[in-house]
Each structure stands twice: as C-alpha cells, then as structure tokens.
Design a protein around this ligand. Structure first.
Ligand SMILES: [Cu+2]
Length: 511
C-alpha cells in the first residue's frame, strides 16, 4: 500500500484567520538571526524512585528580544516563558507554585489529567502575590507534550501574552521504545509559536493591541526568540510544536515542500504516523513531528514557514546517516464503549467579537453548567454556529481529560486526529463529535482557546462527580477577584478594568 502524503491544510480555507477583519499578517523581522532559545529542563528540588519535587515560580523580568532595549516580560523560573518540566508517568509530583508577580495568577496544566479545579489550576486556584500553593498528583497518562499557562479569568490572555507559558513533557516506557529522536535540545526540540507587536522601546502593550477576537502581533516569536535559526547536527529532528499564540493559527510548511511526519498530537503518540507537507495548528494544539533532513547537504538551510513568512531557519551541518524507519503502527489507543443510556451532550460555540458564548451563555465562575459521572464514556457534539463573514475556527479545549475525535459533520476526522486530544479546531457550521471520559473528580472548564474568547465568556464548566463520594468546591467569585486585583494595583474596584470584561459590558451583562 502506498502511503498518502497530505499536501493541504485540513481546515476550511474560508475560515482561515487571514480572512478575519482584524487579521494582523506576520512580517519577516529585519533584525539579525539569533540562535533558537531552547528552554532549559527544570531541575527537580528532589527526586526519588517514586516521587519528584519541583518549584515553579512565576516572575517578572526583562528579556533581550530585539537589539536595543530589553522587553519587560513574565515567565516561569526565568524572565520569559518557562523551563521545560518533565513528568515521568507513574511518579508522584509535588510542586510548589510560587507567585512573585505583582498580581494574582493561576498555574494551569493544559492537557494534564488531574483533579479539578485546584490541581488543574484554572480560575478557581488563585495564587496571590508573594504566596505559594502546593499541589501533588500522580502522573497517569501516556507520554505527551503538555503545557503550563496562567488561567486567571478574565486575565488569562493578558498574562499569557506577557509570557506565562511553558512546556511540560510526560514521559513513559512505551514512548521510550519508539524510534523517535529524544535527545532534548539536540534532536528533540520544542517550538512554542507565538506572535507579538513591539511598541516603543521594544515593549509589549496588550491594551493597545487589544482585539476581542484575539490579540495578534506581526512578529513571530519562537521559544521567545525573534528570527531564530537552529543548527541541525542529526539527520532526523523531532519538533514538539505548540500553538502558544492567543489567536494566531499557524499554517506550517518547509521550503521545497519537504514532507514531515506527525507522530503525536495533544494527548500523546498517535496510532499511526501521518505524513504531510502542510500542517495547520489552531490555538493550544500540539503536534510532534519528525523531519528527515537526509536529502539536505551541509551548508544548506531548510526554512520552516507559516504562510509565506519564515519562522525558523534550520542550518544543516554534517550528520551521521540515519536509516531509522518509523513503524506503520505506533501505539494502540483504547476506544471504550459509550456508557449505555447517556444522552449525547450538545455544546454550541457561537458568535465572534464581544458576542462569543457557549450554549447562549457567557461564563460565570460560580455556575456549573453540566455534570458527568467519573468513568462514564459520553458523546459530546461540539458545534460552531459562527457564520459572520466566513466565520472563524474556534479551537475547543477541555480541562481534565483527553478526548477522542470521532467525526466532523458525520464524516471521518482529519487524518492526524486519531489520537488523544484536548483541543480540537471546529470549523464554522460544523459539529465535531468527541468521546469524553473523566478519570478524576473536579470542576473543569471547557472553552474556546482563542484566549480573548475565553476571557470574553466563551467558556463553561462541568463537574465530573463520583456519586459515592460527593464533594463541594470553593469556587472563585468575581467580587473576591476584583477586590484582590484592585488592591494589588492600588486602585478602587470601580476603576478596575480587566480585558475580558468589555465583552460582557458590551452585551449588557455582568461578569
Ligand atoms: Cu473562539
């Protein structure tokens, strides 16, 4: 059987963000090329055969991004983005979450199957300035590329924009046996794709750039590097790509349409590798791809583009020939039966700009919108009714679980959607059917991952419950949040304005 090489982006072209009225095209930077920053691996405070102890510190700092003035940025254990945290499957993690920022934040583990809402780190788990929250959890999911980001509604977008996003890699024995490159920083390379606009003195200005449909900037930033290059010293590279942008979709391809192979998606290794020349990622999606530079010669450069703009230049050096072939089948993905007598849950994402909603409602921190029994396997039909202009793709994300994508408008999902995912791009007019199972109890958010949309209310929450062990949760409320932030900023509550609030106000609604 000949294997297909897909040569197109799977999503609906009329809904690409390039057609959005507020689209900000990427521009090639005119600054010198710089070596791609590789986020260091976070060193455990202590490690035993069964337990790992980490400290993750949110902090403010300055980063040399462009020639001239440094940019004021935020990061985890560094001035910008994060150090890469390794979670070995089967081990118990003990993490101190420290907030050294001037304002409250939360530490959300995107893609991690842990109890909600406090360990999960959404809006109900604030860490106030100068304080520490401690979490413990057992790592119980397959190897995957996950990420950590701030999630204090309705300031998630602004805090991520300032730099609060880092990678977390789950490792396990099954992935370790597969013939993938895994020498971190050498042939196993994270690529966190983001975009920013630089204002006077090389500073970012979230408010000035604000757009309720998602903030964008014309300059691509990869792992916190502007105009990066990477020195290739092995024939094969594994790229762990994260769309870490607030709004931007990335349409990725290499120079000369070099094919590449996706081996993992959000939740881990896919059952079969998928080969293509073009790959589109929507916000928060991850793809692990293997690129084979076997046909390139030392001295050549192979460029990774999004649309027509160069993102990373791979400078080819001498390398040892590598004849490794990927197996046709990588891993088995369990596909549990749907629990009998559970109705199909309907979720509707509607609107754009300030009108964004889920099921005709905007998010309320104290309202639980749905319940699902832990262990139940249920079908969810997630619909995007957005039809303004050509509409837009809403990336639907769930906390606390990895789901399976079953169909798109009744047809097969895209070829690279056969593994576990926590984020799926839904085209306008489309219903994506997913299979959802929670393994841990908790209150979990589900939302559009255009981050301004979630801040603007395109978000809801579900309680995963165990009828034998009912629980109550202390959920964050708007008054507590507003009072805390106003106090941190030294202003009166009535003068406080957080970006997502405008979407509620323009709709005549209270947050
Ligand atoms: Cu959206």
């Amino acid at each position: 059987m000949t294997k297909s090489i897909y040569t197109y982006y799977f999503f609906d072209e009329p809904a690409f963000n390039t057609h959005d009225g507020g689209y900000v095209p990427l521009e090639e930077p005119d600054t010198p090329q710089q070596p791609l920053r590789i986020p260091p691996l976070l060193k455990p405070d202590k490690e035993t055969a069964t337990d790992t102890y980490y400290t993750v510190e949110a902090q403010a700092g300055e980063t040399q991004l462009l020639p001239g003035k440094k940019t004021k940025t935020w990061g985890y254990n560094g001035s910008l983005l994060g150090q890469t945290i390794v979670f070995a499957k089967g081990k118990t993690m003990h993490i101190d979450l420290k907030n050294k920022l001037p304002e409250l934040t939360t530490f959300h583990w995107h893609g991690l199957n842990v109890p909600g809402p406090y360990t999960d780190g959404g809006c109900h788990a604030p860490v106030y300035p100068g304080k520490t929250r401690h979490i413990d959890f057992k790592v119980d999911q397959p190897a995957a590329t996950l990420w950590l980001h701030a999630h204090p509604c309705p300031s998630t977008a602004e805090q991520v924009w300032k730099g609060l996003a880092g990678l977390a890699l789950v490792t396990d024995e099954q992935e370790a046996k597969l013939p993938f490159p895994r020498n971190y920083g050498v042939d196993d390379i994270p690529l966190v794709l983001q975009d920013r606009r630089f204002h006077e003195d090389n500073q970012w200005d979230y408010e000035a750039d604000y757009d309720p449909d998602g903030v964008q900037g014309p300059t691509a930033m990869i792992n916190g590097t502007i105009n990066p290059y990477f020195d290739v010293t092995t024939q094969r590279l594994r790229l762990r790509i994260l769309d870490g942008a607030n709004r931007r979709e990335w349409r990725l391809h290499f120079s000369n349409d070099l094919p590449f192979t996706q081996v993992a998606s959000d939740g881990g290794v896919m059952p079969e590798p998928v080969e293509f020349t073009h790959l589109m990622l929507t916000c928060a999606e991850r793809a692990e791809v293997i690129v084979d530079f076997g046909k390139a010669k030392p001295g050549e450069t192979v460029t990774l583009y999004s649309d027509d703009v160069p993102l990373v230049r791979f400078r080819i050096h001498e390398f040892k020939p590598d004849t490794t072939k990927l197996p046709d089948h990588l891993v088995d993905i369990p596909d549990p039966e749907v629990t009998p007598n559970t109705p199909v849950r309907k979720v509707v994402m509607s609107g754009m700009d300030e009108q964004v909603m889920i099921d005709g409602k905007k998010f309320e921190m104290q309202r639980i919108d749905a319940k699902q029994k832990v262990g139940n396997v249920e079908l969810w039909d997630v619909t995007n009714t957005n039809d303004m202009g050509s509409g837009m793709v809403h990336p639907f994300h769930m906390h606390g679980t990895q789901f399976l994508v079953l169909s798109r408008n009744g047809k097969a999902p895209y070829p690279n959607e056969h593994g576990f995912k926590d984020t799926v791009g839904v085209n306008p007019g489309e219903t994506v059917r997913i299979k959802v199972r929670f393994e841990h109890t908790g209150v979990y958010m589900y939302h559009c991952h255009i981050i301004e949309h979630e801040d603007g209310g395109m978000m809801a929450q579900i309680e995963a419950y165990d009828p034998d062990h009912p629980q109550t949760y202390k959920l964050m409320d708007m008054d507590t949040l507003m009072n805390a932030v106003a106090k941190e900023r030294g202003i009166a509550v009535k003068d406080l304005h957080l970006a997502g609030m405008s979407s509620y106000e323009k709709m005549g609604m209270k947050m």
